[in-house]
Ligand binder design. Structure first.
Ligand code: AMP
Ligand code: FE
Ligand code: FE
Ligand code: ZN
Length: 279
């Protein structure tokens, strides 16, 4: 069984439609694929239809923008009730923050002498409900300002760069119980990736487990082999589910091919039964 529990479609900042993403997962030899768009569940239906068609198991999920002590933390939520009103409300607030940030980024880039408009970004965001910096990056590439997404982030969009603007993220300590109340399984994405490392130590993870955290993503491209070994040890000590995944974004992120990291079938079973035991 090959299981990849973290991927993005064009419903957020991946480049494949949800259906094409599921087809690509099948073609890559996966048996189970998790669709986890940023702050969005709008890809679920199309993905589920194609999953039925091609014969692959889809795990519907999302990756929620949260914060803990002023650091960004990405929270994966698997199998929540998509109609749970507090979840819908929390996502609305996050998506509004995304929409409102775009003009701030565009203004900052224009102040920096780059002739970019909100329409340029909207065009790249296409079918996405979660407008984000990757779409700004795509617009910068199309305008010939940057050579690819990575260069756009490094030169212009990362914190401290001229086109950076902050946006609202939901408090992690509220979102974990909220996801759990929605019948979902809360798993922290790439805990020691870009921004979260300093606030997600053993003590903090132990506290989050008491709030309902079910697992952590250990095998991820942002983690070195030393990080993975240490995180695996923490997960065992805290009895957290261990996941592994690609964080695939289609053509939007290099070195994140489908199945590049996978989740152990035993851990996957734990995750699914964690959701159904409360359903
Ligand atoms: P946002 O959520 O709009 O603030 O943008 C963050 C997203 O940008 C993350 O989810 C990543 O997928 C993507 N991202 C961050 N850095 C890079 C990079 N260097 N190259 C491509 N995508 C990136
Ligand atoms: Fe992303
Ligand atoms: Fe992430
Ligand atoms: Zn992701």
């Amino acid at each position: 069984m090959r299981i990849d529990l973290h991927t993005h479609s064009a419903a957020s900042d991946g480049t494949d439609t949800p259906g094409d993403l599921v087809r690509a997962a099948k073609a890559a030899g996966l048996d189970v694929v998790g669709l986890t768009d940023h702050d969005a569940m709008s890809g679920w239906d199309a993905a589920a239809r194609v999953a039925d068609e091609v014969g692959i198991t889809l795990v519907p999920g999302l990756e929620i923008s949260t914060s803990l002590r002023h650091r960004g933390v990405h929270l994966l939520a698997y199998l929540p009730d998509p109609t749970h009103p507090p979840l819908v409300a929390a996502l609305d607030r996050i998506l509004t923050g995304r929409t409102e940030r775009t003009p701030a980024i565009v203004d900052a880039l224009r102040d920096h002498g780059i002739d970019i408009t909100e329409d340029d970004v909207r065009r790249e965001a296409g079918g996405s409900v979660a407008a984000g910096r990757p779409h700004v990056a795509d617009a910068l590439v199309r305008l010939g300002v940057s050579s690819d997404r990575t260069q756009a982030f490094t030169d212009l969009l990362n914190p401290g760069r001229p086109g950076y603007a902050n946006r609202y993220a939901a408090p992690l300590e509220d979102m974990i119980p909220l996801v759990t109340d929605a019948g979902g399984v809360a798993v922290i994405a790439h805990p020691w990736g870009r921004s979260g490392a300093s606030v997600l130590d053993l003590e903090s993870l132990s506290h989050l487990r008491d709030l309902g955290l079910a697992g952590i993503e250990v095998d991820h491209q942002d983690h070195s082999s030393a990080d993975r070994a240490e995180l695996r040890g923490i997960a065992r000590d805290l009895d957290l589910i261990i996941t592994g995944s690609s964080d695939h974004h289609g053509l939007g992120k290099v070195d994140h091919d489908l199945g590049v990291n996978t989740t152990d079938p035993e851990q996957y079973e734990r995750l699914v039964s964690h959701a159904s035991s409360r359903a």
